[in-house]
Design a protein around this ligand. Sequence first.
Ligand SMILES: Cc1cc2nc3c(=O)[nH]c(=O)nc-3n(C[C@H](O)[C@H](O)[C@H](O)COP(=O)(O)OP(=O)(O)OC[C@H]3O[C@@H](n4cnc5c(N)ncnc54)[C@H](O)[C@@H]3O)c2cc1C
Length: 401
Amino acid sequence: MTNILISGASIAGTSIAYWLRRHGFTPTVVERAPSIREGGYKVDIRGKALDVVERMGILDRVRARSTDMRVATHYDARGRKVAAMDADLFGGREGDDEEIMRGDLNEILYDLTRDEVEYLFDDSITSVSEDGLVTFERSPARRFDLVIGADGVHSNTRRIVFGDESRFIRDLGYRVSISTVPNTLGLDREEAVHAAPGRTANIYSTRHDTSAKALFMWSSTEPYDYRDVAQQKRQLAEAMAGVGWKVPELLAAVGEARDFYFDSISQIHMDRWSRGRVALLGDAAYCASPASGQGTSLALVGAYVLAGEIASHARIEDAFAAYEREMRPFVDKNQKLGPVNVKGMVIPSKFAIWFQLRMIKLMPHMPGRDKMIERVTGPIREAAVAITLKDYQAGHQRTQA
Ligand SMILES: Cc1cc2nc3c(=O)[nH]c(=O)nc-3n(C[C@H](O)[C@H](O)[C@H](O)COP(=O)(O)OP(=O)(O)OC[C@H]3O[C@@H](n4cnc5c(N)ncnc54)[C@H](O)[C@@H]3O)c2cc1C
């Protein structure tokens, strides 16, 4: 059991490649994109995921790439500043919690593995047989002892091995879109936010970025075709029609943008994360949704645990069972954050928006301030530490013996 194929070279895929290599295996990573995906959006690393990053020896590099956000400022439809709050509190971060651009984290993880791990870019798995023969779109067929699907919420590996994603995906009833736009507002480590009923527009610029990201979220269950970017842009424009503040000019900038990300805010729920010699990891197995703020941490911790359990067991079914046993309660807790958090991000009525802004404005002067903050950060903190990380070095020695 030495050759392991990983599908997906993002956070989960590069992380498990690192750990498998450390445990003495030979991982190969296949990635559909032509190279490591740059840019993206801000992601958080919290709780036990920070311990994992430290054990990988990259915590300093991650801290050096921190977004270093200062403030989140709320504007009304006419562009008047109505409230402001600390950016960490806005993002549900506290203490050592870190925020980094997804592309920066991906680059750090790729750099850590690129010399020791084989990467097959611009390719994708087309079939996996029970005895481990894998066929690809471009590369010749090869045999692997194990296959790990770390290819995201719309996982290709999951579709091939477990069936259509409609069986596993839970649409939380919102859409999200994000694009890189010029920083015309002159934002410096700041997010500017405008909320209208059922629709939120947010533009931010991080420490290392000369441009900005325009992020939109809105409540919708309208079906869409993930390949049809024109249709997705139309849905975004229709959803944001009539919204004031800077939204018309942001939409125009999105029209010119070189990147356009669009998806439903969804979760993946599965009864099991493995079948035969194939296991799923990260968003492919247990996406908690962007609204949870914990998808990156789940991917980092999941990679550590899955690699460790593979190294600790002689029989792969025991390793996969142990991976599920360790991760299930942690995943369940973190997935619960998604549907709750999203309600605070996209607010349904004018009154509720007015109330939220009022609270933000008054909070610094209120006697129960700490309790209010705890109500926001407490559940995230609890979920982020809801796993005890084993020390897998000993397990590795046992398997290798
Ligand atoms: C707008 C937005 C905001 C977010 N904000 C946060 C946040 O604040 N905090 C947080 O923790 N998380 C956040 N997330 C979630 C976070 O990005 C994911 O949970 C995390 O990246 C999961 O990593 P992953 O490696 O499992 O999947 P992904 O990052 O989705 O990576 C999947 C990889 O597989 C590749 N792939 C896809 N199909 C194939 C194929 N057929 N063959 C080979 N490769 C393939 C993809 O190109 C990609 O590289 C956010 C997500 C979004 C969309």
